[in-house]
Design a protein around this ligand. Structure first.
Ligand code: TRP
Length: 337
């Protein structure tokens, strides 16, 4: 097997604002990976993926900047990591075409996310939504990325990426693309809606009370925790007692994640306490942890030209890696340069 530099690629869709779920599930772990010193880290706002369903152009630009600001405010250092928006590195889309010709229809038709997103009206879904996983494979492999952090919903797409790399290498008789490994996130990082403990916290939920946005004011945060759905019981004596109490479990989980404690430690502190006591403690913790990040984000967003400059500089560095890999791919498949 060829030797590849240890390199992480991670993509995030700029199709809405950032929530506490995005922060704990993706952004904070990304900062950890950047600072581990083990990998080169590439973080990409995947604007080309976002348009597989229609986006308001001004909203798309604003959200792309907001996500970039969220990463920077949380500790992604544009000098250490490569941070940019996908469309500024055209090599992604160019490699995606080659991968469209490697991936098989049968593979794509098995993608559960397409089936979920297209729903009953699959005939009216965009061709881009169907082809999306091949573009994701290109995002990763245009950098020869060896590792990708994945949540549950993206595991199948990473499998497809591996299948594409293996088939390409086989079809052209070279070990050119790495077979990328997943970095599986911690289950605790899965943050649920504040209104329904069985649903993931999501920027697309119609109720703003269901989520904490990174841009929420301290008052908003306190109000959202105060009104968060719970049951009438006090907090249990042990973590097992959270079993059938999804809302209670979610709030304990959030407290644990924000304070860097285990659920056991949180329960040890709050066993037998009412939510009337636990919720204000949780709100104070959230304000202390997330408040400074939100403030830094709005400071950054007051100067969009500076964010754009950072993204441009990031894209230049990305292309230094991507362009030679695309050129070599074209050569391997038989294009004249
Ligand atoms: N598909 C991912 C999502 O919807 C975003 C994404 C695009 C991505 N390209 C990627 C994630 C490459 C990891 C690696 O969340």
């Amino acid at each position: 097997m060829a030797e590849f530099t240890k390199r992480i690629f991670s993509g995030v869709q700029p199709s809405g604002g950032l929530t506490l779920g995005n922060y704990l599930g993706m952004i904070r772990p990304s900062v950890g990976l950047q600072n581990s010193g083990e990998f080169e880290t590439i973080y990409c706002m995947v604007d080309l993926h976002a348009i597989t369903t229609w986006q308001d152009p001004e909203a798309l630009r604003r959200q792309t900047r907001e996500v970039a600001a969220g990463f920077i405010a949380s500790g992604i250092d544009p000098a250490k990591s490569i941070l940019f928006n996908q469309s500024q590195a055209p090599e992604h889309a160019q490699l995606a075409w080659v991968f469209n010709c490697v991936a098989r229809m049968g593979w794509m038709q098995r993608m559960t996310q397409f089936k979920d997103k297209a729903g009953k009206n699959a005939q009216n879904a965009s061709l881009g939504l169907f082809a999306y996983p091949a573009l994701m494979a290109a995002d990763i492999l245009i950098y020869h990325a060896t590792h990708v952090p994945v949540g549950d919903d993206q595991k199948q797409h990473l499998e497809l990426t591996r299948d594409i790399a293996i088939k390409f290498n086989h079809d052209f008789g070279q070990e050119f693309f790495p077979v990328t490994e997943p970095i599986i996130g911690k289950a605790e990082a899965r943050i649920m809606s504040l209104r329904d403990g069985s649903k993931k916290m999501s920027k697309s939920d119609p109720s703003d009370m269901s989520r904490l946005n990174l841009t929420d004011t301290p008052d908003d945060m306190a109000k959202k925790f105060r009104k968060a759905k719970t049951d009438p019981e006090p907090l249990p004596e042990s973590v097992d007692g959270l079993e059938d109490r999804p809302e209670a479990r979610n709030l304990v989980n959030i407290y644990a994640a924000l304070s860097g404690q285990t659920q056991e430690q949180v329960i040890a502190e709050f066993a037998g306490k009412q939510f009337g006591e636990f919720k204000p403690a949780l709100a104070d913790l959230a304000v202390a942890q997330m408040g400074p990040i939100g403030e830094e984000m709005s400071r950054l967003m007051d100067d969009p030209a500076e964010i754009d400059r950072q993204l441009r500089a990031g894209a230049e560095r990305a292309r230094e890696i991507a362009a030679p890999i695309l050129a070599k791919t074209y050569e391997i498949v038989g294009m004249i340069a």
